[in-house]
Design a protein around this ligand. Structure first.
Ligand code: PCA
Length: 172
């Protein structure tokens, strides 16, 4: 494994949806056969974006519309190319979600747990984020969250279906 790390640099990724710890697709990141990934800390966008839950599958999406919605909370990982490729497959980058590199605030989870804020302990870093770049404008009328949880009070339980491209037509 270390051999591979020398050959290819790590990629930094900010996840805000089903890939977070405790969420339905986190198993993908945890599975070492998918590659290498290391949790770095919690992250928060430096620009507001709409985080909405849409389609009949209740999929979380960050819409590529800056200065609308909230500063969004998530988790930051460093991962190898093999793991990034797995994520790209799941998110169907670049035909469904598209990944863009953005400035993100990174803070140690322990510091935030002890009451510090991102403003106090956050450090700027660049990370990839999966956005929905093109979407129907009615999605902007959906409730917008600052943080995603599949078990949130919204009651919109995720039901992923890899093989059903029809979810595309729910958002486009
Ligand atoms: N998975 C990616 C994008 C949205 C989703 O459910 C993530 O967690 O960041």
């Amino acid at each position: 494994m270390y051999e591979n790390l020398f050959k290819s640099p790590l990629h930094r990724v900010f996840v805000y949806g089903t890939l977070k710890r405790g969420e339905p697709n986190h198993g993908l990141i945890k599975d070492a056969t998918n590659g290498y990934a290391k949790f770095l800390g919690l992250g928060r966008t430096t620009v507001s974006y709409p985080l909405v839950i849409a389609t009949r599958y209740n999929i979380p999406f960050l819409l590529k519309k800056p200065d609308v919605g909230n500063l969004v909370l998530g988790e930051i990982y460093d991962m190898d190319s093999k793991m990034l490729k797995k994520l790209d497959e799941l998110e169907e980058h670049p035909t469904f979600y598209e990944r863009f590199e953005e400035e993100i605030l990174l803070a140690p989870e322990t510091a935030l747990k002890s009451g510090k804020t991102f403003e106090e302990v956050g450090e700027l870093t660049k990370a990839w984020i999966y956005f929905l770049p093109i979407y129907r404008s009615s999605l902007l009328d959906s409730p917008m969250y600052a943080s995603y949880s599949n078990n949130g009070s919204h009651g919109l339980k995720y039901c992923g279906n890899d093989n059903d491209a029809s979810s595309l037509y729910d958002v486009l």
